[in-house]
Design a binder for this molecule. Sequence first.
Ligand code: RB5
Length: 149
Amino acid sequence: MTDNVIVIGSDHAGYSLKQVLVAHLEEKGWRIVDVGTNGAASVDYPDFGAAVAHALKEGKAPRGIVVCGTGIGISIAANRHDWIRAGLCHDITSARLCRLHNDANVLALGARLIGEEVAKDCVDVFLATEFEGGRHQRRVDKLGFAESM
Ligand code: RB5
């Protein structure tokens, strides 16, 4: 049973926000699979986007969170994997809509662009919102996810 598990990963620029989010999620009862990075030393965001993607493929959790300085690099990295739909969000509306319309399975955040409270709100909304299905299912199917996982 992995419904209460979330995978999280970041590069060095996202590290401190990742730690804030881990504490926030643990407080709410989530179990965390943290794929790193584990400190402020410079690392490469593609490695951590890939680590989150592979952890989802291995069934460790249904959803993940990736964080880098802008959220751009690590969302591109995660989205290179065709079972990943990572949505880069800066506010709760995009966090809600990436679940409702895109069935995003990864939330991407930019630690240098948004504050901790906004990031926590994005995470809460992302995890609480169900995919709407219907016409959106057809569009999500066209992204190729269904064939690859
Ligand atoms: C690291 O300096 C920075 O380039 C990275 O965190 C991210 O913002 C890339 O998209």
